[in-house]
Design a protein around this ligand. Structure first.
Ligand code: BYC
Length: 470
């Protein structure tokens, strides 16, 4: 596929030969910049930042690194290479050729999926807007902005699909993506976690560890789609997403390391502006569970339909992990609280697609929490961080409105209310975390609450001038 890096919108979708689409997207472009300046990290618009920019989709050579001012970032449209003769590999249309146009009867459902995916991207940029003011180091500042510009590019990826395949409706949706605002009471972002404040870096690292990881699993499920342009868009987005996840996983790992170092030498982290383990645990409880909610209900007719018609597959469906690609005549077994006891619940497999994806996601989260616990163990700390059960603190799905402890054991509602402060941070604890957030702009220096990363970016040293602040 030819890559055009010269035109106003860099792309590998041959925009130059689709004048109408090109014009429509070029009209949307200044509105995007306006949105970025109004709700994105525009306080930092004059800084030169060492950023990665996507310039193609080939293995090993898809990105350029260099110092760029964020408003000059080249947000482009890139789809993974098409796979010749690709067939739909799940659901009722199993074995049929993939669609390169939207089948009429799937229009509404597909548009809703693309809009929901698209909505999370600008939402996260809005949530993280002010974090640059308290970055604990230049490399962290750079990573924040890298995540921000790439979420912007992911918005472009979804807006391209809306403009190209959904006519006037798609153009309206693309406008609305710039109108909704994270946390706005009248016009909020679609999914709950994207309306929560992200005002300190412990939250940012939890967000990138847990919420961006939902992004990985949702994108992976959409990359299985029978609608080929969506599959190819999300496939390439996953390439960029990996870095965002590492920012979160390594970020919390570095906070844990710093706390462990202090504990080992007998210093109370609270006395020196670092973050005690019990507060880290409370933030993990909050962000892991609100990210569980992002998978939707465990028993979902929407999810069943999206699978049945071939729009959204299971995680790594294409790798042949599942016995029956139609997922018929099987059940998903789980447990739910009934009259204070855990009781077996069976959900027809197709209706349990969100639950399956959530299980795959949680297994990945278990792995990262184990990794953080290994950091504690190497410092001789026996205390462990714990990933809460998928039943804990749910607002969406079969467990919403029921009370469980973090292990997923049923609780009386009044006990939940009484013990809530054991599990979630208080105003004072959040204020304490905020008070630790001091800006550090000296090369190679770090705030006292976070250890330096093991390596730099793109083989640069950790003390590289990732952001030219002067
Ligand atoms: N909050 O049938 P249900 C990312 C709604 S993150 C509020 O149970 P369904 C990123 C739902 O919309 C990945 N509302 O579940 C990360 C539905 O409403 P309608 C984003 C919720 O529909 C960090 C109703 O409840 N991508 O990329 O199967 C930074 C019943 O829903 C929530 C996607 O989400 C919630 N948590 O599943 C940047 C992929 N959950 O339609 C980026 C696309 C459910 O009846 N989206 N509802 O009005 C989907 O596949 C599905 O929409 C969902 C929901 C998985 C989200």
């Amino acid at each position: 596929m030819a890559i055009d890096l010269q035109s106003k919108i860099p792309n590998n979708v041959d925009l130059a030969n689709d004048r109408k689409l090109q014009r429509a997207l070029e009209e949307w472009q200044p509105k995007f910049i306006e949105w970025w300046m109004e709700t994105g990290p525009s306080d930092f618009k004059d800084l030169d930042i060492y950023l990665r920019t996507a310039v193609g989709v080939g293995k090993g050579g898809w990105a350029n690194f260099g110092h760029v001012k964020m408003p000059d970032y080249r947000w482009g449209i890139f789809l993974a290479e098409p796979e010749p003769e690709r067939k739909i590999h799940f659901g009722d249309p199993l074995g049929e050729p993939v669609w390169t146009l939207v089948p009429g009867e799937l229009r509404g459902r597909l548009r809703r999926l693309i809009v929901t995916q698209g909505d999370t991207e600008p939402a996260s940029v809005e949530q993280q807007r002010l974090l640059g003011h308290t970055a604990p180091s230049l490399i962290d500042l750079r990573n924040l902005f890298q995540v921000n510009v790439e979420e912007g590019r992911h918005l472009w990826a979804m807006v391209y699909l809306l403009h190209k395949y959904f006519g006037a409706d798609g153009r309206d949706e693309a406008e609305d993506l710039l109108r909704r605002r994270s946390g706005d009471t009248d016009n909020p972002r679609i999914l709950q976690a994207f309306n929560k404040p992200v005002e300190d870096w412990l939250t940012f690292f939890c967000f990138t560890a847990f919420t961006d990881r939902d992004g990985k699993y949702q994108l992976a499920a959409l990359a299985e789609s029978g609608f080929d342009p969506l599959a190819r868009s999300t496939q390439f987005m996953l390439t960029e997403e990996a870095h965002h996840l590492s920012v979160g996983e390594n970020g919390i790992g570095r906070v844990v390391q710093r706390t462990a170092e202090l504990m080992k030498e007998g210093t109370d982290p609270r006395k020196v502006g670092a973050i005690p383990l019990d507060i880290i645990q409370k933030f993990i409880n909050d962000w892991s569970t609100s990210s569980y909610d992002l998978f939707g209900g465990e028993d979902s007719s929407n999810a069943a339909e999206a699978f049945a018609v071939g729009l959204k597959g299971r995680y790594r469906e294409g790798d042949g992990l599942y016995k029956d690609p139609r997922a018929l005549n099987q059940v998903y077994s789980t447990e739910i609280e009934e009259n204070g006891k855990l009781t077996k619940l069976e959900i027809p497999l197709r209706r349990a697609m969100n639950a399956l994806l959530l299980d795959a996601y949680r297994a990945d989260c278990v792995r990262i929490v184990d990794r953080w616990n290994r950091v504690l163990a190497t410092h001789g700390i026996t205390q462990k961080l714990v990933l809460p059960s998928v039943r804990f603190n749910r607002q969406i799905g079969i467990h919403a409105g029921r009370s469980y402890d973090p292990d997923g054991q049923p609780l009386q509602r009044d006990e939940w209310a009484r013990r809530k402060t054991e599990w979630f941070s208080s105003d004072d604890e959040r204020a304490y975390v905020k008070s630790c957030m001091v800006k550090v702009h000296e090369r190679g220096k770090f705030a006292n609450w976070v250890a330096p990363p093991a390596t730099g970016i793109n083989e640069q040293p950790v003390d590289f001038e990732y952001v030219k602040v002067h």
